[in-house]
Design a protein around this ligand. Structure first.
Ligand SMILES: [Zn+2]
Length: 253
């Protein structure tokens, strides 16, 4: 009997210590760095119903209101990398807002909504498209940059990079660094792959040029474990409902 009691006691101890271990592990889990990165393209009052990359301004306003009301804190690109690299503490609900292609809806429609809530964002800019027929002017870029919008590199001409030679890829990336430095006076050190398309050469060029990281499309939430040259983004498409948006911000999918 004594022996059985002894075995039962040992088993109980094992259970308790295991439960203790489990709760420590889950407490650690909640402190993990997890940051949703949103990707928008065109946002305007009358999106083309046949173009899934165009998003309704009315719905976009609901997104930003949701983030504001639920305590999300928008990050600058520098803050984002500092948190991933554990150089800065993570705020409770961090989020990174990104917009691609410097399209001409950003200044009249998106920017005022961001200003209303004091939100930070990043505009991934195609340098050959600056002042283009459907794009932001250089003055608009400078104005938004002075008011919380990071201007970063999205290539010279928006090609499928994986179809190009390493040398051509180098030019597509480095010439934009030069052009944006000339335009803004600031260095760019983060890239977004046009069409989410890249290969090993692209990554080696970015490393050679000292880029801190690069964003792809899809892949869930970004974490401190994410490959810095394959950082995930959640792409917002026209058919996504507000419920989709809330789920994607929370889970990455
Ligand atoms: Zn793009």
């Amino acid at each position: 009997m004594r022996k059985i009691m002894g075995i039962a006691f040992a088993f109980l101890l094992l259970l308790v210590s295991n439960a203790d271990y489990m709760s420590t592990a889950s407490a650690k889990q909640t402190q993990n760095v997890e940051i949703p990165v949103l990707l928008y393209h065109v946002v305007k009052p009358d999106p083309d119903p046949n173009n899934p990359y165009q998003f309704s301004l009315e719905e976009f306003e609901k997104h930003m209101a949701y983030l504001h009301e639920n305590g999300y804190r928008t990050l600058t690109m520098k803050q984002y990398f500092n948190i991933l690299d554990k150089k800065a503490a993570m705020p409770e609900k961090p989020i990174l807002l990104t917009f691609d292609d410097n399209s001409n809806d950003f200044y009249p429609y998106v920017y005022p909504v961001l200003q209303k809530y004091g939100m930070k964002a990043t505009q991934f800019t195609v340098s050959d498209w600056v002042n283009g027929s459907w794009n932001m002017t250089s003055n608009e870029i400078l104005t938004v940059m002075e008011n919380g919008i990071d201007i970063q590199n999205h290539s010279v001409s928006h090609p499928f990079l994986a179809d190009l030679s390493r040398e051509q890829q180098y030019e597509e990336i480095n010439d934009t660094t030069t052009a944006l430095k000339e335009l803004t006076g600031r260095a760019t050190n983060v890239f977004a792959y046009p069409y989410g398309n890249y290969n090993a050469d692209t990554i080696s060029v970015l490393e050679e040029l000292g880029f801190k990281g690069a964003f792809k499309v899809g892949g869930g939430l970004s974490t401190d474990q994410s490959d810095r040259y394959e950082l995930p983004r959640i792409m917002i498409l026209q058919n996504h409902t507000l419920d989709d948006f809330i789920r994607m911000v929370k889970t990455g999918y």
